[in-house]
Design a protein around this ligand. Structure first.
Ligand SMILES: NC(=O)c1ccc[n+]([C@@H]2O[C@H](COP(=O)([O-])OP(=O)(O)OC[C@H]3O[C@@H](n4cnc5c(N)ncnc54)[C@H](O)[C@@H]3O)[C@@H](O)[C@H]2O)c1
Length: 384
């Protein structure tokens, strides 16, 4: 096929904006026949943030401090948008209505109402491809776990544990930033920040929680404001959601525990999933990123097998199959799958990045979790 250039504009030039640019600038890494993303526009409210981009990508044609100018430009085909959560609703809706394809960041709206409004805009623009970013499942060892899940090797599910643990907030002298402010990050706190990552695989497997009982903790109640003062810090630091869930493969119920923690001592971006079943169990964690662990339950005694998985990625790459794989590689794979979809190349069986309706299911869970914590009750979740 003729390989077309897809001209990307980036809105939000912070931590994730840079990751995105770095990933698409090494597109030659992937052995893919799809179209080729190129950076052609940047937008940040603060032009100081442009420097890294213009130093490294001198050919960028659109530079603006107003996202409306970027999405109005005929020099832009698609947008990667990584801005604070309070801006998702308006920005995503405007991008979608402008006809540009969108790879947006989670949680896809600061709350359920915002998310539903984004989904309405998607419905009105069926020609626009919209996906939500989630890169961790693309670690090759986790891809192996997904294949294992798809075969139903677990038998009947007993329990699934999925989580995302951080620990930099253990430093109580860390100044507050927008991710720790309810009005910008959202009432979900750590769930909005980390939760979609933990739910990508479970929701894709059809494991939609039926009910939730939530335990939420606000551990650091104040933080330095970075200007010599101390301010209240009202966001939830840690959340443990215990969900009754049904597996469509066996029509039986099991427990699913979703943990999102910003204060998990010793954990640096530890994303994990553990699946326990009557016939088999499996687990993956970014703490031990190349190992796929599994066991078969055939009798009384069981032992884990740990298999080293090299760089055997979903989209093949130039990297030798035995070499190590990391966060930037997973992020590149995720963008690769977005571009494959845009190029009409995605075939059945490919583990796509997060679909818009999956973000809504995550919002329903987090909204029910807030209600559960407030009321002290288990809350049923209505997906209609
Ligand atoms: N996929 C992942 O692994 C991952 C990791 C971290 C954050 N995120 C998500 O990415 C998004 C951004 O997070 P981040 O860590 O990059 O934050 P960040 O604070 O590093 O960057 C956000 C950027 O948005 C810019 N911005 C704010 N208002 C703007 C406006 N009106 N117009 C244009 N730009 C504006 C800020 O100047 C800043 O540069 C969030 O949704 C977050 O949840 C995803």
């Amino acid at each position: 096929m003729d390989r077309k250039r897809i001209r990307f504009g980036i809105i939000g030039l912070g931590l994730m904006g840079k990751e995105f640019c770095s990933a698409i600038s090494r597109w030659c890494h992937l052995l893919s026949d799809g179209n080729i993303p190129v950076l052609n526009g940047i937008c940040s409210r603060n032009p100081v943030n442009w420097k890294w981009y213009t130093d490294n990508f001198p050919d960028i044609e659109v530079k603006t401090d107003n996202y409306k100018e970027l999405i109005a430009s005929d020099k832009i085909d698609a947008v990667y948008c990584a801005v604070p959560h309070n801006l998702h609703e308006q920005f995503y809706i405007d991008i979608i209505n402008s006809g540009k394809h969108l790879l947006g960041e989670k949680p896809f709206g600061i709350d359920l109402r915002a998310n539903e409004n984004i989904l309405k805009a998607i419905k009105m623009n069926p020609g626009v491809l919209v996906r939500c970013s989630s890169e961790f499942p693309y670690f090759p060892a986790c891809q192996r776990l997904i294949k294992w899940l798809e075969t139903g090797s677990y038998g009947r599910l007993i329990e699934v544990r999925a989580g995302f643990h951080h620990s930099s907030d253990m430093d109580l002298n860390k100044p507050v930033n927008w991710k720790r402010m309810v009005e910008i990050n959202g009432e979900y706190g750590c769930m909005g920040d980390l939760g979609m990552h933990t739910l990508h695989i479970p929701l894709r497997m059809g494991w939609k929680p039926v009910s939730v009982s939530a335990d939420l903790q606000n551990i650091a109640r104040t933080r330095p404001d970075g200007k010599g003062g101390i301010v209240p810090c009202k966001t939830w630091d840690n959340a443990v959601l215990t969900c009754k869930t049904k597996d469509p493969k066996t029509a039986s119920e099991f427990s699913m525990v979703i943990e999102t923690k910003r204060m998990a001592p010793g954990a640096t971006n530890t994303w994990f999933i553990e699946v326990y079943g009557t016939e088999g169990s499996a687990k993956f964690s970014t703490r031990d990123p190349k190992s796929f662990k599994f066991l078969r339950t055939e009798g009384k005694e069981q032992g884990w097998t740990r298999m080293d998985i090299g760089s055997q990625s979903a989209i093949p790459s130039i990297t030798g199959g035995i070499f190590e794989f990391g966060f930037s590689d997973a992020f590149l794979q995720m963008i690769g799958l977005f571009i494959s979809e845009l190029s009409g190349l995605t075939t059945l069986g490919v583990f796509r990045t997060v679909m818009p309706e999956e973000t809504t299911w995550s919002h329903k869970l987090f909204t029910a979790a807030l209600e559960s914590y407030r009321s002290g009750r288990t809350v049923e979740i209505d997906y209609n």
